[in-house]
Design a protein around this ligand. Structure first.
Ligand SMILES: NC(=O)c1ccc[n+]([C@@H]2O[C@H](COP(=O)([O-])OP(=O)(O)OC[C@H]3O[C@@H](n4cnc5c(N)ncnc54)[C@H](O)[C@@H]3O)[C@@H](O)[C@H]2O)c1
Ligand SMILES: *[C@@H]1O[C@H](CO)[C@@H](O)[C@H](O)[C@H]1NC(C)=O
Ligand SMILES: *[C@@H]1O[C@H](CO)[C@@H](O)[C@H](O)[C@H]1NC(C)=O
Ligand SMILES: *[C@@H]1O[C@H](CO)[C@@H](O)[C@H](O)[C@H]1NC(C)=O
Ligand SMILES: *[C@@H]1O[C@H](CO)[C@@H](O)[C@H](O)[C@H]1NC(C)=O
Length: 334
């Protein structure tokens, strides 16, 4: 039996993240090696000629799972009957643009795309928001799609998670797969808190805590945190472009885990609805938590012990998100 193709949307499809992402999705890295795919590609009208080039390259990859490619600038085409939506496109900051105006422009985009999900997509659609400000854009999309469960919306902090994991692994001289259960708390910004208090490292066969593996608490509480928080800026400084290959890889990790679940005893980080969490994070935010996923349903890993050092950093990033949410929600009514 050959499975029916699933319908997967990528927005911002003519952009640089999509250029890495589309190949991985189309060759089966995310939804499985036996799952045929119809790819829907949305971008804005002026980018349609560029998008046509991306379509040609996807065709030229001659991939067995890719059944159909539909490039479009129309939401009613792009959001129809979706099984998964990866919302990468957003309004970039332009020279001289005020923060508030940028937020307002993004609220307009994600309000419209949320409404399109509500109207055209399957009610079981899994929505991953990547375009910045990712947490708040995700919240606005979820609020604008009342007929789709809020649990089906998440935002990307897996890139930060992977950065943290890799920093620890390099310091210990082990592959990144030997490091598990780092946590990214909060906003996908420089106030995010990369937390290693629950992280384990498999050093030559036996699992030890991250603090025991690294034996340098000052580094873990100082430079490690700032390196992860500032990593996006460091890549921009070096490349003169923002992270794209690593962002695409993180998107694949995130969506693959939603589709197929996380490993026993492991948790990953993603931005999800904060309602009912045990950490005192305010309700009604999309906040990055440690989660485990089974049967396409995530659960926040609850009741991990949190010390004062961690708590103050978790609160600071929450305060930033509350402020941004209140401004964004005010724009929703406009
Ligand atoms: N959450 C994360 O970890 C993370 C990591 C890296 C980048 N990002 C964000 O991802 C976004 C995309 O990054 P990129 O490097 O691919 O940017 P890019 O500028 O190369 O591509 C963005 C694409 O989105 C399109 N677009 C803009 N508005 C759109 C709309 N309303 N509908 C559909 N398409 C639209 C643009 O035309 C462009 O083709 C940015 O917002 C970036 O800040 C997030
Ligand atoms: C939250 O993070 C996003 C993404 O980096 C950023 O654009 C936004 O400004 C941050 N929010 C606040 C209130 O700083
Ligand atoms: C640690 O890694 C070794 C070598 O890869 C593996 O055999 C072992 O099962 C791992 N231990 C744990 C607890 O994951
Ligand atoms: C998995 O989820 C589906 C749909 O929500 C449900 O019908 C099924 O019973 C669940 N299976 C398990 C093992 O929990
Ligand atoms: C999405 O919603 C469906 C119900 O429509 C539910 O069964 C599923 O678990 C949800 N998925 C996630 C990732 O929460």
């Amino acid at each position: 039996m050959i499975a029916e193709p699933i319908r997967v949307l990528v927005t911002g499809a003519a952009g640089q993240i999509a250029y890495s992402l589309l190949f991985s999705i189309a060759k089966g890295d995310v939804f499985g090696q036996d799952q045929p795919i119809s790819l829907l590609l949305l971008d804005i009208t002026p980018m349609l000629p560029v998008l046509e080039g991306v379509v040609m390259e996807l065709q030229d990859c001659a991939l067995p799972l890719l059944k159909e490619i539909i490039p479009t600038d129309k939401e009613e085409v792009a959001f129809k009957d979706l099984d998964a939506a990866i919302l990468v496109g957003s309004m970039p900051r332009k020279e001289g643009m005020e923060r508030k105006d940028l937020l307002k422009a993004n609220v307009a985009i994600f309000k419209s795309q949320g409404a399109a999900l509500d109207k055209y997509a399957k009610k079981t659609v899994k929505v991953l928001v990547v375009g910045n400000p990712a947490n708040t854009n995700c919240l606005i999309a979820a609020k604008s799609a009342p007929s789709i469960p809020k649990e089906n919306f998440s935002c990307l902090t897996r890139l930060d998670h992977n950065r943290a994991r890799s920093q620890v692994a390099m310091r210990c001289g082990v592959p990144a797969t030997r490091v598990k259960n780092v946590i990214i708390w909060g906003n996908h910004s420089s106030t995010q808190y990369p937390d290693v208090h629950h992280c384990k490292v498999n050093m030559s066969g036996s699992e030890v805590t991250c603090f025991d593996a690294i034996k340098d608490d000052d580094w873990l509480k100082g430079d490690f945190i700032t390196t992860v928080q500032q990593r996006g800026a460091a890549v921009i400084k070096a490349r003169k472009l923002s992270s794209a290959m690593s962002a695409a890889k993180a998107i694949c990790d995130h969506m693959r885990d939603i589709w197929s679940g996380t490993h026993e005893g492991e948790f990953i980080s993603m931005g999800v609805y904060s309602t009912g969490n045990s950490y005192g994070v305010p309700e009604d935010l999309i906040y990055s938590f440690p989660v485990q996923i089974q049967n396409k349903t995530w659960k926040i890993v609850d009741s991990l012990p949190i010390n004062d050092f961690s708590k103050s950093k978790m609160d600071a990033t929450a305060a930033e998100l509350v402020e941004e949410r209140d401004t964004a929600v005010a724009f929703l009514g406009v």
